[in-house]
Design a protein. Structure first.
Length: 348
């Protein structure tokens, strides 16, 4: 079975469905004050007409995978923001002609054997059997982000070396000592099923033994997460509700896999449950229709979770600007479309 994608025309791939005709100037995203909550479901309700949008073109890639990657090389993201006395809301809309939901799926072969599909490139990362993702980076206390944007934390390997370590990864995320960046990482399979994103942060760690993600880490959590659905070279679990479109197997529905399982020819590559604690701070509603992703996000203006001061941007001063950057991952593990420079959020 091929990965589940739905193709649309090339025109759609390069066109954004407009949320509003009103555009603010330059790189400033204005957040407008409202008196009611926003329903977070991926549907663009009338309340979003109260916000002004900006659009950011993404057309940079950190590297070119050598495994036949056919993902999009550019897109434009339209952004809006609203806030009330307790929460801030975001609306992100961008074109992506394929809805990618296959992250290392198990596919039943003609001989009855189950095979987990993958097609990793020379860096050891996947660009074929993976998921769509979207990221927002927020400066917390760095010296360079306000001028460089996300590139302030992106460090490319040179001659196979990065920060004194042998490394074939094309780029690593880390900051300078004592500096932190908040990373909102929406994952179209692993977190979308729970209407969340993976709330992460970046610090100065460059020791891969201390953290395999180098400076990139998950926020503090009290539970939840996702686990690869594998045991002894076979799927570990199935469920009674499996279909060919199931993103992952929810923990509460897990049933042990047996070799006589025959209800579907595809089993998701993951099991999981929602994050609790700071890592689950952000609610997300996602919708893919006719080649366009629409993401609605909601988070408290000020968080109070464990280690919040170094893991979360705090919107506690409505008179200042908050630098940020965005990136789109089209069915790719680490390869992503990004932009130079920095965007700024301001409250009005």
């Amino acid at each position: 079975m091929k990965r589940s994608i739905i193709a649309v025309s090339t025109i759609l791939a390069l066109t954004i469905v407009p949320v509003s005709t009103a555009q603010s100037k330059g790189s400033i995203l204005e957040s407008s004050k409202i008196n009611s909550n926003v329903v977070i479901d991926g549907n663009v309700d009338a309340i979003w007409a109260e916000a002004t949008s900006i659009t950011q073109k993404l057309n940079k890639l950190p590297y070119k995978p050598n495994n036949g990657y056919e993902g999009i090389k550019k897109t434009s993201v339209e952004m809006k923001s609203l806030y009330d006395d307790e929460y801030i809301y975001f609306l992100f809309t961008y074109a992506d002609p394929t809805k990618s939901i296959e992250r290392f799926p198990w596919i039943k072969q003609e001989d009855g054997i189950w095979k987990q599909l993958s097609n990793k490139d020379s860096t050891g990362h996947e660009n074929t059997y993976y998921e769509d993702k979207f990221a927002v980076f927020w400066d917390i206390n760095t010296k360079g982000f306000a001028n460089k944007g996300c590139n302030d934390a992106c460090h490319r390997a040179k001659k196979g070396m990065n920060a004194g370590h042998k490394d074939k990864n094309p780029a690593r995320k880390y900051t300078q000592e004592g500096e932190y960046i908040d990373m909102w990482h929406w994952k179209g399979v692993r977190t979308a099923v729970h209407n969340q994103l993976d709330d992460q942060y970046i610090d100065s760690n460059t020791n891969p033994k201390a953290n395999k993600g180098w400076g990139r880490k998950g926020d503090s959590k009290t539970g939840g997460g996702y686990v690869n659905n594998i045991r002894d070279g076979q799927p570990a679990y199935v469920s009674e509700t499996l279909t060919d479109e199931t993103l992952l197997i929810v923990d509460s529905e897990k049933i042990l896999f047996t070799t006589d399982y025959n209800k579907t020819d595809r089993i998701p590559g993951l099991t999981g449950k929602p994050f609790t604690g700071s890592r689950g701070d952000i609610e997300v509603g996602a919708m893919w229709i006719d080649g366009v992703w629409t993401l609605e996000m909601k988070r408290k203006l000020v968080t109070t979770g464990e280690n919040a001061e170094m893991q979360d941007v705090q919107f506690n001063d409505l008179t200042k600007a908050y630098p940020f950057g965005i990136a789109v991952f089209d069915n790719s593990q680490i390869n992503h479309i990004f932009h130079r420079g920095v965007l700024n959020l301001e409250f009005k």
